[in-house]
Design a protein around this ligand. Structure first.
Ligand SMILES: Cc1ncc(COP(=O)(O)O)c(C=O)c1O
Length: 395
């Protein structure tokens, strides 16, 4: 141990790295393994977007940009949200560009929470909310959603808000949901908004998968509760731009003015040429998104059919690129044990529920942001393991 390692606080030392990353690192380099762990588009960024970045560099957009993001990108975000989802934000005062949607999440949680405060997280949920609450010294409280769709209900929300009172600073709402692939209907969101209106709580409204809604239209909570909602999104998923690290927060100006200080203290601002590329993607990328979405939808439908045929039970997916699958009842171990079982016997790497909740949920997540060939290979592996397991239980 180095001399200064002892200076690291115990809370940080004990914080666990994302299990998804751990599994991806473990299985990603194994050529025998079909790796369906990471939620990363398997498409490349469109050429016109790459060219916009190259042009940006050649035009010497190589200086510090405005710390809220370039005016061009903020304007593009504002127009994009208005035309695609009918939500309206003033580009100069209500749109703030962050380092990926991850930067938006950490900025909101670290900006709003102090030690002892509470972040409510309907679980299962993407790992970053919990990790950031921990970093801020806040307490994350998991809302225990139920099968089959694992959606938060107005009653669940009300009970938690009444129980924890003014300690609750942030409620996380993410939809389409990573990891379950479900989404909320306008009526469901209206019912949640009716409850939320009665409390002084900020909503970290993570809509990063909004464009990948396969059934019905995505409806934004920001339409219902503009005064409480911090809308988080980005270009990672809709434009296959995970490596460019561009996300954003839209919300009330007085809150953004404070959050801007948090983001500035951490990273000052994101890269100018990447913002120019994101602007191009938002202004002219609808066709690219449509092509990718059609491919994801084809894979989703294939998986639904194939997993049903094997006799796996799963949550009906209508968005994002995830399938949330129930571990067969007769498997004795927990979700981590089942993930290891599938890796060993089916040669398929997936993410166990343990990555998304501390509750003992017996499910796993398949990411179908992978080629049809890989998915077919995975199905062959799953079918064999499922059949072998059933045979061994019947022995
Ligand atoms: C629900 C959710 N929010 C945010 C992110 C982070 O997005 P970004 O890559 O833009 O930081 C992810 C990435 O997987 C996600 O699934």
């Amino acid at each position: 141990m180095s001399k200064i390692a002892s200076l690291i606080p115990a809370s940080l030392r004990s914080a666990k790295p994302s299990l998804i990353r751990v599994l991806n690192n473990k299985y990603g380099s194994d050529p025998q393994m079909v790796n369906l762990t990471i939620g990363e588009p398997d498409f490349n960024t469109a050429d016109h977007v790459k060219l916009a970045a190259i042009k940006s560099i050649l035009d010497n957009h190589t200086h510090y940009p405005h710390n809220w993001g370039t005016p061009g990108l903020r304007d593009a975000i504002s127009q994009y949200l208005a035309t695609h989802f009918g939500v309206h934000y003033d580009p100069s005062s209500e749109v703030f560009v962050t380092e990926g949607a991850s930067g938006a999440i950490s900025t909101i949680i670290n900006g709003l929470c102090q030690p002892g405060d509470i972040v409510l997280i309907p679980c299962p949920a993407y790992t970053l909310y919990r990790i950031n609450a921990q970093m801020a010294g806040a307490k994350s409280v998991e809302l225990r959603t139920q099968e089959p769709d694992f959606k938060v209900t107005p009653q669940l929300l009300k009970d938690a808000l009444d129980k924890y009172g003014s300690r609750v600073k942030v409620l996380v709402l993410n939809y389409p949901v990573n990891p379950t692939g479900v989404t909320y209907t306008p009526d469901e969101l209206r019912a949640l908004a009716t409850v939320l209106k009665q409390y002084n709580v900020a909503i970290l409204d993570d809509e990063i998968y909004a464009e990948l809604t396969y059934e019905g239209h995505h409806f934004s909570l920001a339409k219902l509760l503009p005064d409480q909602t911090l809308l988080v999104s980005g270009v990672s998923k809709n434009a296959a731009m995970t490596g460019w690290r561009i996300g954003y927060i839209c919300g009330p100006n007085d809150v953004l003015r404070s959050l801007a200080k948090v983001h500035q203290a951490a990273i000052s601002t994101t890269a100018t040429m990447n913002m120019d590329a994101a602007e191009e993607a938002l202004r002219h990328g609808d066709h690219d998104t449509a092509v990718m979405k059609a491919a994801y939808d084809q894979r989703r439908q294939y998986l639904i059919k194939a997993m049903k045929k094997i006799c796996f039970h799963f949550t009906q997916p209508s968005g994002a690129f995830y399938l949330w699958v129930k571990i067969p009842d007769n498997f004795a171990g927990n979700s981590m044990a089942y993930a290891e079982h599938l890796a060993e016997k089916a040669k398929v790497a997936i993410v166990p529920a343990a990555a998304f909740t501390n509750l003992p949920v017996r499910y796993f997540r398949i990411s179908y942001a992978a080629s049809m060939e890989k998915l077919r290979q995975a199905i062959t592996g799953f079918a064999k393991v499922f059949a072998d397991d059933q045979a061994s239980y019947n022995d």
